[in-house]
Design a protein around this ligand. Sequence first.
Ligand code: EPZ
Length: 418
Amino acid sequence: MKVIEIEGGNKLSGTIRVSGAKNATVALIPAAILTDEEATICNVPEITDTDALCDILKLLNVNVNRSTESLVINPKDMQNTCITEPYSKKLRASYYFMGALLGKYKRAEMYFPGGCSIGARPIDLHLKGFEALGAKVTNDKNKYIVEAEELKGANIYLDIASVGATINIMLAAVRAKGTTVIDNAAKEPEIVNVATFLNNMGANISGAGTSTIKIKGVDHLHKCFHEVIPDRIEAGTYIIIGALCGTTLKIDNVIPEHIDSLVSKLEEMGVKLEIGADYITVLERTNKLKSTNIKTAVYPGFPTDLQQPFTVLLTQADGKSKVTETIWENRFMHIPYLKELGADIEVKNQTATVIGPSDLKGSEVVATDLRAGAAMVAAALIASGKTNITNAEHILRGYEQIVEKLSNVGAKIRIKEI
Ligand code: EPZ
């Protein structure tokens, strides 16, 4: 098992470059099999989720040529085989192969996806979308078979603006006969990145980034080149770390409007930011941090994926703050470990009440899920003494070279195998 060890109390300064977005990459890789030719994707983060998806491509006999931060994917010899549990359970996003295989072959066979245990994480909206397109879904224990004689465009209303369901339906519909309209679609930037990728292949998708997406089915998808957008959650995580212990910390390769909600909350608290066209610098702060309240919401609201690291910042704010989580029913697993470090937090239903400022002291903590792990890193960086974060594999799933990036700006951090 991997453990991240941090000696807290150091001020961080310098530049951290943000990598390609995990939550775009994990959809782009399955989407790439839809082309009849070859897809080149650059700015691909070197994280274990990328590895897991490339393993599934190889299982499907898809030709993958991987070099630094880029993938050349050629599905000309692929076989539509069952994606077995050892492959599907490594991450939630394996389910994008359901939509992509259905869209390409009118048949997908795979086991239920994995992913962080932040909630039940059902896929009913995905399956409802596939059925609306004419597919039949059979589910034998953990295995799904989704197949259709023909896929026909349909009008699909999503009861929840689900990121995964929006993307998966897009993948299934892109080669269907006729037009599909997704209403109450999710609007996250990663969805726009996937739609752009498919359009670069010759698909006909409009409205991505709004709550109504129209997909006109096409017969052929051709060779294309594409770039992953910068990871807004990685960027936000490092900006929060800068607010915690930065003197002057520049976060480079950022699309600032993708994290407007975070920026306004930070400025409300008194964090000093310099916002450039493609970077955000956290400036040295002498003033105290003001408490504030956040409530997670679908994009462009405050992102649930930054709720956990942001809670660490609230432990340093003056007074009472409230964190309300509206997307996932089990996304407070970091709280007991923050309390172990000395934070004053009480959870009631879906709201955590944080009293600050608290002096945090190093201890032994666990990364229960990806963003809880990021919260542990943020807390350990300001805690006095040494902190060991076990189950660090969770963190490496979504943060490329986090140990290198933080040590390059002055953190005393290392990773060890135990
Ligand atoms: C994506 O998950 C992200 N993961 C999550 O990031 C992120 O937290 C989430 O979107 C919300 O922004 C990836 O992109 C790989 P949803 P996804 O479908 O698509 C319910 C991270 O840390 N729902 O938008 O799984 C669901 O239970 C990860 O990077 C259904 O009920 O999220 C949840 O309450 C964690 N039925 C809500 O909708 C469905 O069929 C939003 O889920 C689908 C979802």
